[in-house]
Design a protein around this ligand. Structure first.
Ligand code: GAL
Ligand code: ZN
Length: 654
């Protein structure tokens, strides 16, 4: 980690303020124990106010002030938003949307990931920034661009079409192989030449799903290419670690971070509570577990979160007292060693002037500021947990490719979503007090007692074989519906569903039979089922629960030395939790925390002979700690945690 202990940090945008404010900022940062600040994230138009004319004095001064104040810097390369002169001179860098219309400057990130002009100008800036600050004593970390692909991930312009063709040639080598992969015999789509291929703009009817999934892959790779290009320059000029901020969150899905993560020196994520979702805190926990998976189980950074409300949802809810601290500690419990915020000082102008910050418009005589001080003190008190790792014996497989492809334009039911299934499985485990590692379908599963596979629609042969083998060798497997359906080309695995998992699950489904939203049926075990049923028959498995007509809906199969469960419907949360309780019991999985409605989280972090139990009580009633002991937060021996409270208990010997 760039800063020792469990550090507190934030984005800092001094260019929005005059130099006298910078001095006050540093003094207040010291008071708040801010150890790391991200600067120069949107610096380009200040650093290069006109083409080739550079102005570094302000940034020099800011870095020196921060350094003098003992605050480390997470230095942006400054390329996330091009200056107006660049788009005015080179409108060809502007992104083109799916309907073929241009997206204009005036906001941010208005650049095409495949634009050679943009790339050249951005890299020129990075070279200068890297040369100037690569050995600055305040520099702790490089921050490439910002949230790559937040707005511009999918560009449909001519430059992108050219780059897409190059990417496809690389992948398929011959046009015949591409035709085969995309199934272009369908609807007269056969290509004779690479130049005939376009980006998948809006069409009159359903578009080719093979093309769509490849366009997603291409788009993720294009931005990763941009990350690599900037990083190569940073490495030539500096030995500081390099990262960029991921967006592991429910509403952004365009980058396949499994391919990005190995290239980060430190994995960093931005997370904002999304009140458009029914259960935002559960989603936070899921995102944190997935970020830890991306970090390969090693500590990671929470690069951005909001101290209070955001400004970009329809109704921007303020946080309840203590909520910001509980959420911060939830990230730490799940492996973050650094808690950073967007941003330091609430903006007075610009599109984010109603976004919360560590220092609110109302100043320091505020509850919000006092909460910041309390968080800071808490993080200092628990500093010794830094470097430890989260313990889990359950893996949940997550795949961006399945997310993209399973939600195609034409599918059995528009009411079924990939994240819906993933969240439902994670939620059940979380409510049962079980910690889950969220890992790639290609991960090594051998160390886990239970592997959960929600809605893994697209799965390659190798991954499917590994999952089957894991079970054969004695593992426990839980698969939910619409899994194993297609290979990497989005080609249906023939012979009956769930294709790749038919054998391990011992079932064969002849037909999907989704239900209209609103309909529900009662299963033989009392659970309520909605959205999805299948004409499923047993092929070795036993029925655990069936629908009203006797069709199996939940099955269990002994496969080799292991056991594989299949859920062929959407269970209500209680029904899902009941099932998962049985599955974890059979698998010998031990819960770390008590079973609750999700209002209590108990997570263990261990390492080097040390062990800590995080108890986070999002609810209103006290909770008895699974282990009584010394709480780092209160510096007292405790047995319970009050409603809304948190504890970090130092356990006797790992
Ligand atoms: C992120 C971004 C920040 C800020 C924040 C507001 O997407 O990286 O610059 O805009 O959201 O929530
Ligand atoms: Zn483009």
């Amino acid at each position: 980690m760039p800063v020792p202990g469990v550090s507190l940090g934030c984005d800092y945008n001094p260019e929005q303020w005059s130099p006298d404010v910078w001095r006050e900022d540093v003094a207040l940062m010291q008071q708040a124990g801010v150890g790391l600040v991200a600067v120069n994230i949107f610096g380009w138009s200040n650093l290069e106010p006109s083409p080739g004319k550079h102005h570094f004095d302000d940034l020099d001064e800011v870095l020196d002030l921060l350094h003098a104040g003992g605050i480390r810097v997470n230095l942006g390369t400054g390329t996330s938003s091009p200056p107006p002169w660049l788009s005015a001179r080179h409108p060809e860098i502007l992104p083109v949307a799916i309907d073929g219309t241009t997206r204009f400057p005036g906001g941010r990130q208005a650049w095409c990931p495949s634009s050679p002009v943009f790339r050249e100008r951005a890299l020129d800036l990075v070279e200068r920034v890297a040369q100037r600050y690569g050995n600055h004593p305040a520099l702790a970390l490089w921050h490439v661009s910002n949230e790559l692909g937040c707005h511009n991930a999918l560009c449909y312009c001519e430059n992108s079409a050219v780059a897409f063709r190059t990417w496809l040639r690389d992948r398929y080598q011959s046009i015949e192989a591409l035709n085969d992969a995309w199934g272009t015999s369908f609807w007269s789509q056969r290509y004779g030449d690479w130049d005939e291929i376009q980006t998948p703009r809006l069409a009159l009817s359903l578009r080719n799903p093979g093309q769509l999934v490849d366009f997603q892959r291409f788009s993720s790779d294009e931005l990763l290419g941009h990350y690599r290009a900037e990083t190569a320059i940073l490495r030539r000029n500096s030995s500081a670690p390099v990262t960029t901020n991921f967006m592991v969150t429910a509403h952004i899905r365009n980058l396949d971070y499994w391919s990005w993560a190995p290239e980060m020196d430190i994995v960093a994520n931005d997370h904002y509570l999304d009140h458009r979702l029914g259960n935002p805190t559960a989603e936070l926990s899921f995102a944190a577990d997935l970020t830890r998976g991306l970090a390969g189980g090693r500590p990671w950074m929470l690069m951005e979160q909001a101290a209070g409300a955001v400004n970009w949802q329809p109704h921007n809810l303020a946080k309840a007292p203590g909520e910001m601290i509980r959420n911060s500690l939830t990230h730490v419990a799940r492996g973050a060693d650094s808690v950073c915020f967007f941003q330091w000082r609430a903006s007075a102008q610009g599109a984010e002037k109603f976004h919360s910050a560590l220092l609110p418009h109302a100043g320091t005589d505020t509850t919000a500021w006092r909460e910041v001080l309390r968080l800071s003190e808490t993080l200092q008190r628990i500093g010794e947990v830094a470097g430890t790792a989260v313990v889990s014996d359950v893996a949940l497989l997550f795949s961006w490719e399945s997310w993209w492809s399973s939600e195609g334009e034409a599918r059995p039911s528009q009411a079924v979503t990939y994240l819906g299934q993933v969240h439902a499985a994670h939620r059940a485990l979380r409510e049962l007090g079980v910690t889950v590692d969220v890992v790639s379908p290609d991960a090594d599963l051998s160390g886990y007692r239970l592997v959960v596979v929600p809605g893994l629609y697209m799965v390659g042969d190798a991954a499917a074989e590994r999952i089957t083998e894991y079970t054969r060798d004695g593992g426990h497997l839980l698969v939910t519906y619409f899994s194993g359906i297609v290979d990497e080309r989005d080609r249906v695995r023939l012979g009956g569903y769930p294709g790749a998992f038919r054998e391990v699950l011992g079932v064969l489904s002849e037909e999907f039979a989704p239900m209209p939203p609103g309909d529900e049926v009662r299963l033989s075990n009392g659970a309520t089922a909605t959205l999805w049923t299948e004409r499923l028959r047993l092929a070795g498995a036993a029925s655990v629960a069936s629908g009203p007509d006797g069709t199996p809906a939940i099955t269990r199969n002994e496969h080799g030395d292991g056991t594989a469960w299949y859920v062929a419907t959407e269970l209500d949360p209680r029904g899902m939790r009941d099932l998962v309780r049985n599955v974890i019991t059979a698998a010998g999985v031990k819960a770390v925390g008590p079973e609750t409605d999700g209002s209590v989280e108990v997570i263990r972090r261990t390492g080097e002979g040390r062990s800590y139990l995080f108890v986070i009580n999002h609810g209103t009633t006290p909770v008895v700690c699974p282990v009584a002991g010394y709480d780092l937060v209160t510096a007292e021996h405790i047995t319970t945690v009050v409603g809304g409270g948190i504890a970090v208990i130092r356990e006797e010997k790992a």
